[in-house]
Design a protein around this ligand. Sequence first.
Ligand SMILES: Nc1ncnc2c1ncn2[C@@H]1O[C@H](COP(=O)(O)OP(=O)(O)OP(=O)(O)O)[C@@H](O)[C@H]1O
Ligand SMILES: [Mg+2]
Length: 473
Amino acid sequence: MLAFFVIVALSFAVAAMNLTGLVSDYLTEQRQKEDTQAAEQFAETLGPLLHDHFSVNQNELNEKLQEAGANLDGRLLLTDPDGKVQFDSMNRLCGRRLQTEELLRVLTGGKESAYGMHTVDRDTAAMMSGSAEDLNIAYCAHEITGGGKRTGALLYVSRVQKLMDSMNTVRWQLLSMFLIIAAASLVLALILSRVLSNPITSLSKTMRKMGRGDLSVRVPVRGSGELRELAENYNTMAAQLESLDETRNQFVSDASHELKTPLATMKIMLETMMYQPDMPPELRQEFMNDMNHEIDRLTGIITDLLTITKNDNEKNRLQREPVNMSELTEATVHMLIPAAEKKNQTLAADVAPDLQMMGDRIKLNQVLYNLIDNAIKYSPEGSRTDVSLRQQGPDLVWKVRDQGIGITKANREHIFDRFYRVDKARSRETGGTGLGLSIVKQLVSLHGGTVSVDSEPGKGSEFTVILPRGGEA
Ligand SMILES: Nc1ncnc2c1ncn2[C@@H]1O[C@H](COP(=O)(O)OP(=O)(O)OP(=O)(O)O)[C@@H](O)[C@H]1O
Ligand SMILES: [Mg+2]
């Protein structure tokens, strides 16, 4: 605000000062020219009349002087070479010796003419210009020559009071304009600084609130230009932070819940065993088996959780290497055949030979493992699961198709969420925690790929993973 005000005020002041300087220089110069010219002309007309030392026709001279003095708006004085007034258009100073500087310069300094503007006191004003009000007068002295000799000098007393008055008026006008402009720019600066700083103030207020932990606050988006963009970007950032915060809280609460359930089950079994020392040994054995199973489940959950957080933290840190995907697929299927056989299922692979891609071997293996694991888990005895690997343009495509229970459309939208299970009770039985597919999605997108599902409830599901090869090995 201050800067704006200072700039406006200063530039106006400089401009005004220059302008008045120029105007008054011009006007005084003009006046000086006019006065000098008039005096010169007059001296020329008078010269011849005065060649015999003022012994001219007094009446004629007086008439001429009076006439000229009236036309000139001033007073004309003629002096002899000693500065003594011989003629005066006002008839008051005859016989007096004048000491005016300009006159002396002509009479004794040898100059042809001299000019000077003066501000004088009232007495001098009254004496020289005839009016005590004209405090600004100009003296214009000019030599008078006759017959090749200097016969005296002419002093023209010019009234410049009016000129000074009008110059002062201009100065006053400029000053009052300056004051008005200064006041206006001050008001404008105030308003501008409000307008500019308001959005910033509200932004910093919001930031403070956010700093105290309230992530739901947003700044109002107003106006246009950079400030609007700033507000919008800030709000986007705040929304991102808020959703991140929510996801994290959800994750922590889901994880704690998942861990609590097996612990509670184990505690019940343990207490039963403690308070029934005479429990039949077969029942005790069964409890121990169940507890062992719960511990496995806990371990599984914790391993999955660690995988997820580790991948979250190491977003771009894949151990990239050339991977023979054909071999990897065969090996993973081979590893899971015993699990399928346990459920009397068939697991078959249809793999195009020698397909390579750049990727993280262990993570890619985990993707396929989780998908086949699900297919086996969510399919009835005697069903069949088909795994295929094909090249499709620049991508490699995995398909895992089962003849299992299938997934409804509503559930399909959520199965990739963390901890989401279609049937909680059934899943407990089979030991799932709902993390498998979220890990699949995370790992596939780390490789720049996508995973999708197609399913008909009751008939089976087909999971498709598309992976860009990322340059051939
Ligand atoms: N092939 C499939 N057929 C039918 N339902 C499936 C299939 N794959 C996954 N689902 C459903 O999606 C849910 C989420 O799968 P996900 O693999 O994420 O978890 P999970 O198998 O229950 O547990 P986890 O894999 O962590 O041990 C499963 O609980 C299941 O209901
Ligand atoms: Mg699973």
